[in-house]
Design a protein around this ligand. Sequence first.
Ligand code: 4AD
Ligand code: MG
Length: 438
Amino acid sequence: MKRVYVEDLSRHTGEQVEIAGWLYNQRGTAKLRFLLVRDGSGIVQCIAAKNELGEGLFALARSLTQETSLAIRGTVRADERAPGGYELLVTDLAKINDAHDYPITPKEHGTPFLLDRRHLWLRSKKQHAMLRIRHELIWAIRDFFNNRGFICFDTPMFTPNAVEGTTDLFAVNYFDTSAYLTQSGQLYAEAGAMAHGRVYTFGPTFRAEKSKTRRHLTEFWMVEPEVAFIDLDGLIELAEEMTVYIVERVLERRCNELADLERDTAPLEAIRRPFPRLHYDEAAEILVEYAKQHPDEGGVEFKHGDDFGGRHETILSDPYHRPVFITHFPAQIKPFYMKRDPDRPDCVLGFDMLGSEGAGELIGGSVREDDHDTLVQRIREHDLPMDAFDWYLDLRKYGSVPHGGFGLGLERTITWLSGRPHLREAIPFPRMLYRMRP
Ligand code: 4AD
Ligand code: MG
């Protein structure tokens, strides 16, 4: 008999097939049981009738508990009312292994309880949907860059120096010296861009940030394109095109998962280019004004020169039903490598992209300082160890060119697309300030 996956059942209407999976749930009567079986690719309702199966098999079906592994044979039938549109009329079944007292039951559990059992929670419908969206997003991002002539350029996890400031580095023993886990592949991607023109690095990055927010992981994935001969406008256009591409791709290919997550997709469907752009000065004015108008709301105080908090980002993006770019941040709150605006040397040629619906910062990027001596001065100003950057400075000695790139946080983007409140469900095993298990 043909073993098939639930996601392919539509191609087998009327046929006898076998599926193998786990019992998700069952309900019914003394004569008729509705078994919900998941096989990793989907969930199908299997109808077990006593008069069809006989006493023995029907009793077996009835005795199956949540997460018991099993194989079921039956006839595929299209039924609009069935979850997924197809069901299986059971003709035979066999238990593979028992599952007793599965801890995650259909009732509500608290998040700490579920996170402690993340290895099992992964099987639940919404979690399953989230990680399939993650998969689609990774695939879409790679397709986007691969189809545009970018080369995948993997950068190291062990690094001798900081990229994004020195306060949130994870130090590790590296034989008789110490190294840091990378905060970003960017500096190496710059070397890649000088060799290949257009590259992207995509992998895990690490930040020892002591922030316990819904937007921070200590280990998160980032895709970082880096392009030779590009300016700020070019970078913003690339970020915009990429964002529209990945949103459309997830809407097109993961509508079932979005439905499982009860995501209202209308706000995503409405996303069109171009996205609005705000100069930091304008953004600061809006925030100062907002704080004035809302004296009773805590945490919204703001003055020109400050970095944005989560609430500020939401205030700025709320009026727009699409992501928004904030450009030209004050240099003093941004990393050493960002090029200054020649017309406004107090500002950088950099941008953040804030997601719609209060998703916060999804992308950070900039044009890079390409002048050797200026870069040396910036490294000094930021109190960074010059010798760790000798190779990086070489990129400015041998045919330096204007270039730039950006980083998109994968988990924040998944969280935004999924419409979930917290990014911890966007990665199989989240690493956070107070969580490193399981
Ligand atoms: O703005 P960030 O720090 O930029 C960089 O690392 C640059 N080197 C990128 C580049 O230009 N190549 O981080 C980029 C993005 C943020 O916009 C955010 O989406 C995500 O990475 N991010 C985090 N995601 C989860 N947890 C954290 N602790 C994050 N920190 C940054
Ligand atoms: Mg940033």
